[in-house]
Ligand binder design. Structure first.
Ligand code: HEC
Length: 183
């Protein structure tokens, strides 16, 4: 009996320890991820808002097509591993890595508020993968919604012949922001 008691105590002591360790890691990694994602989010939002305002929807499509990969590329060059991905891709440059595919399946077809606001995944070589869901807002539907203007649909098809990123409804899961963090 005594022996079982000790084993039980050891079991609870170690499992408790492991849990608190993961939650500590999670708290610090999530904070770090939000920080490294900030410039990407800000720049993308800035590009979209300014271009829609100054050039209209058609001009904004070109601006997104040119500037989004540039913004991501510049950050990657600085060693900041961040980007976006989706279960319904527009740009093939945003194709999901293997570790993103499970969560993409889990979040696909969900709506805002139905799933956790982030996922942290332990990767190989002491790296961590962070995923933050992106939901379609009203204005996003101009280029990702169900009823695109003909000229918008045509331009998108011309630039992205394999586009799958239309047909979204407001509040629907659109994809993830991702970040890969060191230990
Ligand atoms: C003016 C048209 C336009 C609007 C409005 C727009 N997008 Fe996009 N979106 C694009 C284009 C073009 C791309 C492909 C270029 C890129 O960003 O890499 C894209 C790519 C994406 C991607 C990257 C994944 C993929 O499929 O390649 C996500 C995520 C995304 N858009 C979400 C949104 C959200 C959320 C909104 C609203 C805040 C939004 N978009 C508004 C045109 C638009």
């Amino acid at each position: 009996m005594k022996c079982i008691g000790i084993i039980l105590i050891l079991f609870f002591a170690t499992s408790g320890h492991a849990e608190s360790k993961w939650s500590d890691i999670e708290a610090s990694k999530v904070q770090e991820a939000k920080k490294v994602l900030m410039p990407l989010k800000k720049q993308l939002k800035g590009t979209l808002q300014t271009s829609v305002k100054e050039k209209g929807l058609m001009g904004a499509i070109s601006a997104c097509q040119i500037q989004a990969p540039q913004i991501q590329g510049e950050l990657l060059q600085k060693g900041v591993k961040v980007g976006r991905t989706s279960h319904k891709l527009r740009s093939l440059a945003n194709e999901p890595k293997d570790w993103m595919k499970g969560p993409l399946k889990e979040y696909a077809e969900t709506h805002e508020g139905k799933k956790p606001a982030y996922q942290l995944v332990a990767l190989e070589n002491n790296l961590y993968g962070y995923l933050e869901p992106i939901y379609a807002k009203g204005m996003c539907l101009n280029c990702h919604g169900q009823n695109l203007k003909t000229e918008v649909a045509q331009k998108i098809k011309a630039l992205y012949p394999k586009d799958q990123a239309t047909g979204f409804k407001e509040g629907e899961f659109r994809g993830f922001f991702w970040a890969v963090l060191g230990d």
